[in-house]
Design a protein. Structure first.
Length: 226
């Protein structure tokens, strides 16, 4: 009889210690029914206690009830998680497509009951939906634009260089033609001067009374024939 009483006392005392030291929340939330408590908790002996496998979470000021979160979740705002880093249901809002929790939603709130995203799901902002494909497309577009610009610059440089070469060739030809014309004019001038000197030499050969020309040469009978 005494042994049974001792065993019963030990069990009750152990249960009492577990009940006291097993709480992770310093605040005891009083309740009258399960609806008063939060996620993963139920009203037992007028107190909100966490279900098995869940731990209590201190609620924000002004929020009634008590939420309990999954022990394996690293995010304290996550009620139920898929793994350590991806949440399935949050205390407040679950950001769509991220698995992250937030206390405030600046976009549309969607209530979901099934799937890997449950509860109040905060619709992701448009700028957060920038996909990898769009990023790759942007990089490819910028690369193509850069290639086109480089090709255009190279073509412009080639055209300008060709024009410069053509202008240089034309100037060289003009210089050569001008020099050739100057040489021809000098040659004509020399020939004209030689012809004039020869003509003056013929006109200067007139005989004097002694039968000699102006240079002192003796003229014969043939020189006087007409």
């Amino acid at each position: 009889m005494e042994l049974r009483f001792l065993k019963a006392f030990i069990l009750v005392f152990t249960a009492f210690l577990c009940h006291i030291f097993g709480r992770t929340n310093s605040e005891i939330v009083k309740c009258h029914k399960n609806e008063t408590c939060g996620y993963n908790s139920q009203c037992i002996s007028k107190e909100c206690l966490c279900n098995e496998g869940f731990i209590s979470l201190v609620k924000p000021v002004g929020v009634k009830g008590k939420d309990c979160v999954d022990r394996k979740c690293e995010d304290g705002k996550c009620v139920t998680c898929i793994d350590k880093t991806r949440c399935k249901r949050c205390v407040r809002y679950l950001i769509e497509g991220t698995g992250k929790c937030t206390d405030e939603c600046k976009t549309e709130v969607i209530l979901k009951f099934t799937g890997n995203e449950q509860g109040d799901v905060c619709k992701a902002a448009e700028e957060s939906k920038w996909t990898k494909a769009q990023t790759i497309g942007l990089i490819v577009g910028l690369s193509l634009a850069a290639v086109v610009i480089i090709v255009v610059v190279i073509v412009i440089i080639i055209i300008k260089k060709r024009k410069i070469d053509e202008d240089t060739d034309r100037q060289i030809k003009e210089i050569r033609a001008r020099k050739k014309k100057e040489r021809q004019e000098r040659r004509k001038a020399r020939n004209a001067a030689k012809s004039a000197n020869a003509q003056e030499g013929k006109q200067g050969s007139i005989p004097d009374s002694t039968g000699n020309d102006s240079s002192g040469n003796v003229l014969g009978a043939k020189d006087f024939e007409v």
